[in-house]
Structure formats: structure tokens, C-alpha cells
Design a protein around this ligand. Sequence first.
Ligand code: SF4
Length: 217
Amino acid sequence: MDPREVYARLLESFGRQNWWPIDREYHLRRGTNPLDEVVIGAVLTQNASWKNAEKALERLKEKGELSLRFVKEVSLERLKELVRPAGFYNQKAVYLKEVASFLLSPRGVLPRREELLKVKGVGRETADAILLYAYGVPTFVVDKYTLRWLERFYGLRTDYEGAKAFFERSVAKNAPVYSEYHALLVELGKRHCRARRPVCGDCPLRDACLLYNSFKK
Ligand code: SF4
């Protein structure tokens, strides 16, 4: 099945996922930039469930400010305390400060992927999530769900860059589509294509899935 058809099928089955989740009301009230929430969330969710990243985001909102400016200016110790629920908080506080310093100067300039990847704590997934969801750059975000699904569905065992190139070759570059596609694959990974035991029975992609069809033989 063509990756474009996969997208259409997932969209029809799961509906729009409306990623990245942003508390726009908060930013409107505080006069902060809603896109800062994407950047901060992308760092906090590294090696952590989104649930724990969200707890840290809430703490920042309640006890500090959910903005890159705040992250840059607050003391490192205080920041560690605030982002503690996300886990690896010693590292993540340092990473957040590095990312905030990088993105705030010079302000308004679209960051380049190669430059973003040089920032301490920014790996490929974080860089692409920031570029796509905060800056609207059509770059495909790959994660563990994507890699697992590619191997099961297409029999394609690859790495981050290989998966990214696969999608960018197959699906026309379009930021809203890439945003939605990534979110839909995460949803598929959570609902059906789980790590230990895939729940294939009512998976919307089962008729074309290599792994599922190999079970039937
Ligand atoms: S049919 Fe099963 S293995 Fe294939 S994509 Fe769906 S959940 Fe994953």
C-alpha cells in the first residue's frame, strides 16, 4: 500500500489528531509565544511518556512561565525543580537552557536543521519536531512507533534518516500533512501496533500489512 494511501486510511479511521497540543488560552493570557510550548515539550518528552512531560509543562505554567524567555532567565537549579516530573531533569534543564539560548538569538530567524542538531541535547527527533510543529518546516518526524511500524508493515528495517527519507520521497512535502501523519502513526502505535503484542484484529491497515499477512500463512 502506498504511504499516501496509508495516510488517508489512518485519517479516516482515527480522525485529525490536532498535534501539537498547545494551551493557547494560557499564552493569550500571559502574552507568551504558544510555539515555545512546542519547543519545551519536545525536549521534555525525550525518554519520557507524554503524560510525564505534560506534568512538567503544567508545573512550569503554575510555578514559573511556559516560555523560552523564562527558561533562559531562570536559575538552573530552579528549572531542574520545575521540570522534575519529566524525568532526567538534571539533563533536561541544561538542554532547555541551551535550546532557549539558541532559538532566542537571533530572534525570528528560521533555524537550520544542521545548526539545531549541534545544540546540546537536540537529537534528530527533537530537531524535526521543533522545525515541523513550531516553525512549519515540512520535515518528517520519526520516532520509535514509526520505525516499528515500517518494519512490520513494509518489512523495511531502517534507521532515523532512512525512515525520514522514505516518507519524504513518498509523500509530497507539506507541513500540515507531515504533522498529521506523524501524529496518526503515534496513535496507530498506541492503539494497535504496540511493542510487545500488536493488536492486529481491528487495525485499519491489516489487509496490507506484511506481518499480519505472514501470520495467516
Ligand atoms: S496489522 Fe498489526 S502489525 Fe500490522 S500495522 Fe496493524 S497492528 Fe501493526
